[in-house]
Ligand binder design. Structure first.
Ligand SMILES: *Cc1c(COP(=O)(O)O)cnc(C)c1O
Length: 434
């Protein structure tokens, strides 16, 4: 680990002179605050803490920034002034994800005991490869261009592999992505169809991730940008766009409560960072908000630590149908605990049966077919209301981060109500006339 970091630091010094990533000013350590120039680095050379992007927003005037955003394209690039990307990013070949629907979910609200007009689904299944991952990959691609990588790679729980494959195809990169061998067919096909290399690893996600870390340190991985490893600080910033969109779609207001799924915990921590930025920039009025994390019981290391009052997250061996969230050793777990506690939220989990029930409930009340991760957030929201932890009278945004077509197995017992011969007598006999 130490050796890799030192090597990467040398690379970054060599490349920083030509790097234009917009308002991104430096990398800064989340633990000790040590700053280094922008480069393909993810761990602090001083303390091994995670590096994140530090910005220079000092030239922005609030109302002018708001007008600039509102006049921008209907995708994540309307927020380019707040992201680690060059100013002309929208003109480069990319998938232009984002600006997904914020759906007022009154029917679901009625079923789970939330006040009318207060419950919203942020539906990220509407992204180009049908998950929230297109947001983060779009940032990583700009960093990859800036640092001169020619191959894009990742360790993936499924959705990321597809997002990298698609974005690489469009942007003209070679791609080679790594997944656990036992993923859903929908995720495997989605990752393979864009024509990049797809490697299935005999092991779980944590094994895949460990393998990728080794590959980065080896000459075999030279010239490779791993979107969620050596480009992780850039990648992670893409999740801030969810916070920006939710607030803008609510009329430049903070929601009171958010329910966010946790795999590595990156998305949740960066949504919090995005909300904090909007407050500091004066784009929303400062008020308290609560962040709730959602996990599947079969992979619930953060929720277990939260409930036990621990600051450290003990790794688990995942066993759940929510495979996109199946990270047993979540890198940002401790930061998720901090945020849930600081904001007065919580971390909760639901079992696989509750995940499936929630997928059906969301589909049958709002016409949204979520993947298992969406079943986790909707199921956890229902549970939090019952437990009295989520206030049903406050504005609540629940994330659906993926599309049910990729996890058909979860609801595979759905099918035709009846199979009949094509005549009216047969239909009458089936007893379905109103
Ligand atoms: C990757 C992913 C997440 C969140 O991942 P983090 O590692 O916590 O950022 C959530 N939902 C889906 C469907 C995903 O694929």
């Amino acid at each position: 680990m130490a050796v890799q970091t030192v090597e990467a630091a040398t690379t970054s010094e060599a490349t920083t002179a030509s790097v234009d990533l917009g308002p991104a000013a430096a990398l800064s350590c989340r633990e000790c605050g040590h700053r280094v120039p922008l480069g393909p680095l993810f761990a602090c050379a001083e303390c091994f803490g995670p590096l994140e992007i530090a910005y220079d927003f000092s030239s922005y005037e609030t109302e002018e920034l708001r007008r600039r955003i509102e006049a921008g394209p209907a995708n994540i690039w309307r927020y380019a002034p707040l992201l680690p990307v060059p100013a002309d990013v929208a003109e480069k070949p990319n998938l232009n994800p984002g600006w997904t629907k914020l759906v007022k979910a009154d029917n679901l609200a009625r079923e789970i005991g939330v006040e009318q007009g207060k419950l919203f689904i942020k539906d990220d299944s509407g992204n180009p490869t049908h998950s929230f991952k297109d947001r983060v990959v779009a940032q990583a691609i700009e960093a990859a261009r800036a640092f001169g990588f020619t191959t894009l790679s990742c360790s993936s729980t499924g959705n990321l592999a597809g997002a990298v494959g698609a974005a690489a195809a469009r942007a003209g990169f070679r791609s080679c992505v790594f997944i656990p061998h036992d993923l859903e067919q929908g995720k495997v096909v989605m990752a393979a169809v864009y024509g990049g290399e797809l490697v299935a690893i005999e092991g779980n996600y944590d094994d895949v991730n460990r393998f990728c870390s080794e590959l980065i340190g080896d000459p075999l991985g030279e010239g490779w940008g791993f979107v969620n490893v050596n480009l992780r600080p850039y990648y992670a910033e893409g999740s801030k766009t969810l916070a920006y969109e939710i607030c803008e779609q609510l009329g430049w207001q903070l929601p009171d409560q958010l329910v966010i799924p946790i795999a590595s915990g990156s998305q949740l921590t960066k949504i919090d960072k995005g909300l904090q930025e909007l407050i500091k920039l004066g784009l929303v009025e400062d008020k308290p908000y609560k962040i709730f994390g959602a996990q599947a019981e079969g992979c619930s290391p953060v929720s277990v630590a939260y409930k036990a009052g621990h600051d450290v997250v003990r790794p688990q061996k995942p066993k759940t149908i929510a495979k996109s969230l199946a990270i047993g050793n979540p890198a940002d777990g401790p930061y998720v605990l901090d945020i849930a506690r600081r904001t007065g939220g919580a971390v909760e989990d639901v079992n696989d049966e509750q995940v499936v029930d929630a997928i059906r409930l969301l589909a049958q009340t709002e016409g949204i077919f979520a993947e298992t991760a969406g079943g986790v957030t909707v199921g956890v929201t229902h549970k939090l209301v019952k437990e009295g932890l989520l206030d049903p009278s406050l504005t609540t945004v629940v994330l659906n981060t993926g599309d049910g077509l990729k996890t058909l197995d979860a609801v595979a017992d759905s099918g035709a109500t009846a199979t009949i011969r094509p005549n009216l007598d047969a239909f009458r006999a089936a007893g379905l006339a109103s």
